[in-house]
Design a protein around this ligand. Structure first.
Ligand SMILES: *Cc1c(COP(=O)(O)O)cnc(C)c1O
Length: 442
């Protein structure tokens, strides 16, 4: 446990300049002159180092990280075991293309995914570069297996920014605006959103979705239902109990492939290896990325051998998919998560955060909802005692936290959710300090 974090990286919030400092300001000017304006940005600071619970910028400011690079550096940025594994692999070989001359690391990652994902059926995996690419391939596989075309996605869902995944993603701005036409045969269904569903429980909202699927598409035309078991960009929406199992039942009844998009929720983030496990739902296919390799680009589709093997030989792949360095990182991540009991740590972080956020909500009626699981927690901000979203307050609080040296992210269809994704390597002290900063800015 001694080398979770590089020991020379001080675990403290420490601001030595304004945010951003002069070096970051100079780099921002270069960024503006060199990088497409279409690439967004949350904080205007440039990074020098990161690890444990901190990000150190080029001016020497040490910020508390409650973002993990969007749920990616779950075990801690530049985790020493990952850094060692990456270095060793880079010295052996950097690429051959798995489809040309294969290597063991790819197979080992697939074996680990087949073992760790929900269900004890016979499984196969395939590796890709990004979450969106994994989602695209899951759809390809489901269509090939079923011989059907229709894909069901959900309100508030997020699945990526490529053409097919933009079509699956719900929110127009910034993900889809002006980028159409989108892929066809995508159908969007109502999502269980307990804070906004009033008295309607998970089973009832599922029955609306199921009626729509039945009447507007027809169960026998649906290749796949793709859902995030807890929605990420949509605002950490945890569907009400019974919603996911009802979709599982409908998929079973009609031979539909149920795809769990666990790209944000997977790899111990929610206190289980995968968020589906909270409701004992076993998906047919599962997409993973983000937390899988501590920031090295890697993604996967894992599922029933019969579905995964239904694709013709050569139908899946890509030049870089399952790159050996990314695989070496993933193997170190998986090993560290098992050894460090990362799922248990995520639950500890949930306990700390839930209590603190509840205390804040008691004094601030603008906090309409506290939700999430594990180290994936959020607050939804509304005009007091209403359901009316307050994106202005959300943006203001996020900016104030950034100014005070705490990295927080926003989310949600209405832009009114503050989401917290601390690395599991954050100390309790730093987590409390970050929450103190949040409380002081409400
Ligand atoms: C981030 C994300 C994606 C897209 O992953 P990229 O690696 O950015 O392409 C897809 N689905 C979910 C649930 C995500 O959170």
């Amino acid at each position: 446990m001694t080398d979770l974090i590089s020991t020379d990286l001080l675990q403290a919030r420490n601001l030595v300049t304004e945010i951003p400092g002069p070096k970051s300001i100079a780099l921002m000017a270069r960024r503006t002159a060199a990088v497409s304006a279409g690439v967004g940005g949350t904080l205007p600071v440039f990074v020098d180092r990161a690890g444990g619970g901190v990000i150190v910028d080029v001016d020497g400011n040490s910020l508390i990280d409650l973002g993990s690079g969007i749920a990616v550096t779950t075990i801690g940025n530049a985790h020493p075991a990952v850094a060692r594994s990456v270095q060793r692999q880079a010295e052996r070989f950097t690429h051959t293309c798995f489809m040309v001359t294969p290597y063991e690391e790819y197979v080992s990652v697939c074996e680990a995914l087949n073992r760790l994902t929900p269900g004890d059926h016979d499984k196969r995996s395939a590796l890709f570069n990004s979450g969106a690419e994994a989602v695209e391939n899951a759809v390809k596989i489901a269509r090939a297996y079923t011989g059907r075309q229709a894909i069901v996605a959900f309100e508030h869902g997020y699945h990526g920014r490529t053409n097919l995944t933009m079509a699956l993603t719900a929110k127009n701005m910034p993900y889809k605006h002006s980028f159409g036409p989108f892929a066809s045969e995508i159908y969007r269904m109502p999502m269980s959103y307990p804070f906004r569903d009033g008295p309607h429980g998970g089973g009832e909202v599922a029955s609306w979705a199921i009626t729509k699927m039945d009447k507007e598409i027809g169960g026998s035309n649906i290749a796949a239902i793709i859902i995030e078991p807890i929605q990420g960009e949509g605002g950490f929406i945890v569907p009400a109990e019974g919603y996911l199992p009802a979709l599982r039942e409908y998929a079973d009844a009609h031979g539909i492939v149920l795809i769990a998009d666990e790209i944000q929720t997977g790899f111990c983030r929610t206190g289980h290896w995968f968020a589906c496990e909270h409701e004992n739902v076993v998906p047919d296919l599962i997409t993973t990325a983000k937390g899988i390799a501590d920031g090295l680009p890697l993604a996967a589709v894992t599922g029933h051998a019969s579905i995964m093997d239904a694709v013709h030989v050569g139908g899946l792949g890509g030049t870089y998919g399952g790159n050996p360095i990314a695989c070496a990182a993933a193997l170190a991540v998986i090993d560290a998560m098992e050894q460090e009991n990362s799922c248990g740590r995520a639950r500890e972080i949930e306990a700390i955060m839930r209590a603190r956020l509840q205390h804040m909500a008691d004094g601030h009626p603008m906090i309409g909802d506290i939700r999430g699981r594990g180290a994936m927690m959020a607050i939804e901000l509304v005009h007091p005692d209403t359901l009316t979203p307050d994106p202005e307050a959300t943006g203001r609080i996020a900016k104030a936290c950034h100014h005070d040296g705490v990295v927080v992210l926003t989310a949600g269809t209405f832009g009114n959710v503050l989401r917290f994704l601390p690395p599991l390597s954050i100390t309790d002290e730093l987590l409390h300090e970050a929450l103190d900063v949040l409380a002081s800015n409400l």
